[in-house]
Design a protein. Structure first.
Length: 100
């Protein structure tokens, strides 16, 4: 890419690419997109989903899931489970938003 440009592309078998050496610093960012269905299918699915679910403030987990297409009952249940997962070993809740 030319200087002061941002280059975005899918990094898969449909878009072969290579990283060449450079004479200046450069920055890279990797983003993984996964669906909740794919995560839940794994061996530690629910734990992994709770650990990696980070809605953007000011949304709560429930609001984020509703915007993503979850049913109201699914979103409410996941908010509760997420809150339980965020408790530390002493039982003190680390999450600001928990279901009642």
């Amino acid at each position: 890419p030319l200087a002061n440009r941002l280059l975005l592309f899918w990094s898969n078998e449909d878009c072969p690419h290579e990283v060449l050496s450079t004479h200046r610093d450069r920055y890279a960012m990797t983003v993984w997109y996964r669906t909740g269905h794919d995560i839940l299918a794994g061996p530690k699915g629910l734990e992994s989903l709770c650990r990696n679910l980070h809605p953007v403030a000011p949304l709560t987990v429930e609001e984020g899931l509703l915007r993503a297409g979850a049913s109201p009952s699914q979103a409410k249940h996941m908010e509760f489970v997420y809150g339980l997962h965020k408790k530390d070993k002493t039982g003190q809740n680390l999450s600001a938003d928990t279901a009642s």
